[in-house]
Design a binder for this molecule. Structure first.
Ligand code: PMP
Length: 411
């Protein structure tokens, strides 16, 4: 009988994932933590023994999570996503104002918020809420003087992203917090305006705390920090005016109805404590890679422009524009070589019945929307050589495009 040749395993193609700002994989330690509670499935709202066990598991995880941001456990409200947390923050504050005031509430947001804030504010505006959108400079830093000028006695909330998801700029939250507190003192209203911060992209690299700078509401998400997707949180400072639009069955102290996802919460807690432990080391490592990437970009694509602030930026965001190129062309050219990036943010690119829409962030920084923009976002597995290779492939793609378009024009 003929001996069969042993089956050869196909060589695994090297894959370079540079889209960590869109999604992170679940880390091994988070998976392990979740596995320890995979049998804890009972509804934590019950009173039988297994339900109580589930409740206890959540209570412990909530405590660990609260500690990482200096909050009290009861100030943590679990939601399903950062989008939901942002929506809950805006609606909860606006609804509480409406309950006690005749005047229309006013909210302030920056022009470069994540779409989950931009769209929530637009919806509120359609229902009579006054909205001021504050511009940013060409590096994406929000104009804090304009915030100060926009404040009025009916301003209930100012919402500013801590680190922008498209261009990585870190916003001056401390300054904004101080000016709101000063306004509160001067205007007798001890309660308003409140400050909401979307720290979804910042948590891994910045000391996200609710004490200094003092914030009243804060959004964080598990799916961006190597935890499971489907779980996020909204920190709501004790005793601030807040009426939830979704009290449901009274879970989370009536601030967010819906049966708690025990396993996901445990995974989220582990992801948060892990991120805090390695924060400084990872920040330094990625800053070093980012600095190398900036130099390499100058060499390989000299007319490319790094977007966002040159220094005040999270170290995993490397977003640049290239004159006269289609963003999608670049992303697909890289993808063909197993390098996975994004044409900016993964959010908002798939609106139905619309061609590719211009980024509100690029518009806000005065960028040329006909330039191609590409975002490479780094993560725990990223090495300097990965980024070097990605820039080299991008440079080749740019050269091919330019040769082709030149030939096309002259034909
Ligand atoms: N805020 C920021 C800053 C984000 O980066 C994202 C995700 N890109 C969100 C909110 C929304 O997160 P999700 O899609 O998980 O709801």
């Amino acid at each position: 009988m003929k001996k069969r040749k042993p089956k050869q395993n196909k060589p695994i193609k090297a894959v370079t994932y540079l889209d960590y700002a869109s999604a992170t994989p679940i880390s091994a330690s988070v998976r392990a933590a979740m596995a320890t509670v995979s049998g804890v499935f009972a509804n934590p709202g019950g009173i039988h023994r297994t339900a109580v066990e589930a409740k206890k598991t959540i209570t412990e995880a909530r405590k660990r999570i609260a500690e990482t941001i200096d909050a009290r456990p009861e100030e943590i409200v679990f939601t399903s996503s950062a989008t939901e947390s942002n929506m809950l923050a805006l609606h909860g504050v606006v609804d509480a104002w409406k309950e006690n005031h005749e005047e229309k509430p006013h909210i302030i947001i920056s022009a470069i918020e994540h779409p989950s804030i931009i769209e929530a504010a637009r919806k509120l505006e359609m229902h009579g809420v006054e909205v001021t959108r504050i511009g940013v400079n060409s590096e994406g830093v929000v104009d804090t003087d304009a915030i100060a000028l926009a404040l009025r006695p009916t301003t209930v909330l100012v919402s500013v992203i801590q680190a922008n998801n498209e261009i990585g700029t870190i916003e001056p939250i401390e300054t904004i917090s101080k000016l709101l507190r000063k306004y509160r003192k001067e205007n007798i209203s001890m309660e308003y305006p409140l400050l909401h911060v979307d720290a979804t992209q910042a948590f891994q690299y910045l000391p996200v705390r609710i004490v200094k700078p003092e914030v009243d509401l804060l959004t964080l998400s598990s799916g961006k920090i190597y935890g499971p997707r489907g779980i996020a949180l909204l920190f709501i400072r004790n005793n601030i005016p807040f009426i939830s639009p979704m009290p449901g069955g009274g879970q989370e102290d009536g601030r967010r109805g819906g049966t708690e996802a025990t396993e996901l919460i445990v995974g989220f807690a582990k992801a948060m404590t892990d991120a805090v432990k390695i924060r400084d080391k990872e920040k330094a490592r990625l800053t070093n890679i980012l600095e190398q990437a900036k130099k390499e970009l100058k060499k390989k694509i000299p007319d490319a422009v790094l977007l966002g602030h040159p220094i005040q930026r999270i170290p995993n965001n490397f977003c640049f524009s290239v004159p006269g190129i289609e963003s999608e062309y670049l992303v697909l050219a890289l993808s063909a070589k197993n390098i996975f990036t994004s044409s900016r943010s993964s959010c908002g690119t798939a609106k139905k019945n619309e061609d590719a829409i211009d980024s509100h962030v690029i518009l806000a920084i005065g960028g040329n929307t006909s330039d191609g923009t590409i975002r490479m976002s780094f993560g725990r597995d990223t090495k300097a050589s990965d980024v070097r290779r990605a820039i080299a492939v991008a440079a080749d793609a740019v050269a091919t495009w330019r040769t082709w378009s030149h030939a096309h024009k002259n034909s």
